[in-house]
Write a protein that binds this ligand. Sequence first.
Ligand code: KG4
Ligand code: ZN
Length: 427
Amino acid sequence: MAMRAYFLSCKSLEFCQSRRLKFLRTSNRTLNVLRKFADDRPAVILGIETSCDDTGCGIVDATGKILSEVINSQHLTHLKHGGIIPTIASNMHRQQITTVCEDALRSANLKLRDIDAIATTTKPGLALSLAVGNTFGKYLSRIGNKPYIPIHHMEAHALTVRMVEKIDLPYLVLLVSGGHSLLAIVENVDKFYTLGTTLDNAPGEVFDKVARRLKLANIPEFSHMSGGQAIESAASKATDPTKFVFEPVMMRKRDCQFTFSGMLNRTLKYISKQEKELDVDGSTVIPDVYNLCAALQISAVRHMCHRTQRAMEFINNMNLISQDKRTLVVSGGVACNNFLAKALEIVCLEKGFKFVRTPPRLCNDNGVMIAWNGMERWMANAGVIRDRDEIEMVTVEKKVPLGESWIERVQDAGIKCKLVKLKALLD
Ligand code: KG4
Ligand code: ZN
């Protein structure tokens, strides 16, 4: 019944969209063909992102120029519900997707006929949310007679930086967000080797949960921030970041796997303990909030640095990337964290890697990164679907690993790794 209602609403959505988007459409197929021969302007890709709680549309050209970028964040709605509720997220995507894409085309001063291909996130993420983007992306591809490029969300995060900076392949990437934590080697646009991933939570998820439990949104200066942003800002006000002690994480495991559940539980326990001891009521924030945020941030950053350092040592020992080209890229929402960036920079310096940070404004989910991944695939002619029937068959997948797993290879290498001193940062 629920499925039926969903498909019925998709159909009515499509009907409304077909009327609203009439002005964007040029049904004349020959126009497209003529334009291809008549002008040699760089290719233009429209990207759609709806994998979680942001409805995003971005348009980029082959030179890496952002022609437009529109994002509708559901953050404040989900804050009220204490977390993302998938049905609410997908309904909001459905309400917003047409306007977001129309606005993107309008602000780029383009019509659908000017776009070379449609790229859409189809995996991994919330299935209901992904389905809205996929349905709409395929619809645009159909009415505009455009090729379709399904995009892996994490691949997009990993490649975004190449839009603004030329980085030689292969490179090491640390992807940290609200849904993921992984280390991978980017071998090519469609070839990735995962060295490690999280065994439980993602770091952004931990920051979001702790920020909610700490009621940081009740403090006006943090009220509009994401959990991670709020934790970082709160941590910067700490007077004694060492007041709370977190055990070092998985020191004996000689791999690049992550775990954040221990530090999450420990933080939640500290909060409950202080609330009980000091009789803190419902909406009040515990007095040690800043010190606790700082301690959690340090613990998470140390863990991310330690795993990243082992990935570097694995690459160095195996000589997987030539010495003069070793680069670490950090991306994903948590890469907005300045404390993490500074710590990674120290590790890079010690291990002979160039440190490249994806510009923070492109780290959080957005349509531009999807459009750019579409462009990389367009230029490499990898994963661009032109056949109509094949396009219609594209479905979404909520869980898909990034490329090939090299997790065991790293474990087998058994690299003992002593984290470089981050003292300069912690003092
Ligand atoms: O990449 P993203 O927009 O969505 C996912 O794919 O998950 O990442 C969002 C996550 C959220 O958990 C948010 O709290 C976290 O990134 N985040 C941060 C910061 N800004 C956003 N975490 C730590 N420090 C920040 N400054
Ligand atoms: Zn993301």
